[in-house]
Ligand binder design. Structure first.
Ligand code: ADE
Length: 223
């Protein structure tokens, strides 16, 4: 998001930033490591496009995706960090073709796992809030209503801990390129009727969490 991007810019030296296809992109040294950062855009298509473009161009050693998520897991509180053990497209529905919901038909792809080395590093982030490891469900909907029938499906069948709108699509692209990937989200709302207000109010605090995890990964990864 713009706020996270601005925080990265503020911590990057030797930076060169530019705009391509309407995407803000910056290259430079972040916490001593060569990095490229960008604003992905909202939703599965925009985020897949951005990540595909950047991976093809820069061939990164790994990809870190940060942002906010709505909590499904009742233990998760606003401000907590969730690091995705895996992610899945909750709105992919190929049941008419005989595939379970969430699975990309004819691909065998359903749950996209985060890189275990990056996960082990990221989960040690020191943060004022809790750091959870969980399952993130991705779809092109901002979830606001616990009465939705899809809500039960998200909890019971997919066993989701949080919802977002980009994680599994970026994970899909990284899987195709065999690029290690980690998805890190700050809980901004509880995916209920208060979600739109919580989401807006909470954005500035997200920046601190995202930067803390990015710093933790860049300090401790060997590349
Ligand atoms: N990202 C943050 N909150 C969300 C929600 N409630 N639904 C989908 N994506 C989100």
């Amino acid at each position: 998001m713009q706020q996270e991007y601005d925080a990265v810019l503020g911590n990057m030296s030797a930076q060169h930033h530019y705009n391509q296809f309407g995407i803000s992109i910056v290259e430079g040294l972040l916490f001593g490591k060569h990095c490229v950062a960008a604003i992905s855009g909202v939703g599965k298509v925009a985020s897949a496009f951005t990540s595909q473009y950047l991976i093809a161009l820069y061939q990164p050693i790994f990809v870190v995706f940060t942002g906010v998520a709505g909590a499904l897991n009742p233990v998760y509180q606003i401000g907590d960090i969730v690091i995705a053990r895996d992610s899945v497209q909750h709105d992919m529905d190929g049941r008419g073709l005989g595939f379970p919901r969430g699975e990309v038909p004819y691909s065998g792809l359903r749950f996209f796992t985060s890189d275990i080395t990056l996960l082990a590093i990221a989960e040690k982030t020191v943060c004022a809030h809790c750091v959870h490891i969980g399952r993130v469900l991705t779809g092109d909907q901002f979830i606001t209503n616990k009465e939705q029938t899809t809500y039960r499906y998200m909890l019971d069948e997919l066993q989701g801990d949080a919802v977002d709108m980009e994680g599994a699509s970026v994970a899909y692209i990284c899987k195709k390129y065999e690029t290690p990937f980690i998805l890190v989200r700050t809980i901004s709302d509880k995916a209920n009727n208060d979600a739109p207000e919580n989401f807006e109010a909470f954005l500035p605090e997200v920046v601190g969490n995202s930067l803390a995890v990015i710093q933790q990964i860049l300090f401790n990864s060997h590349n």
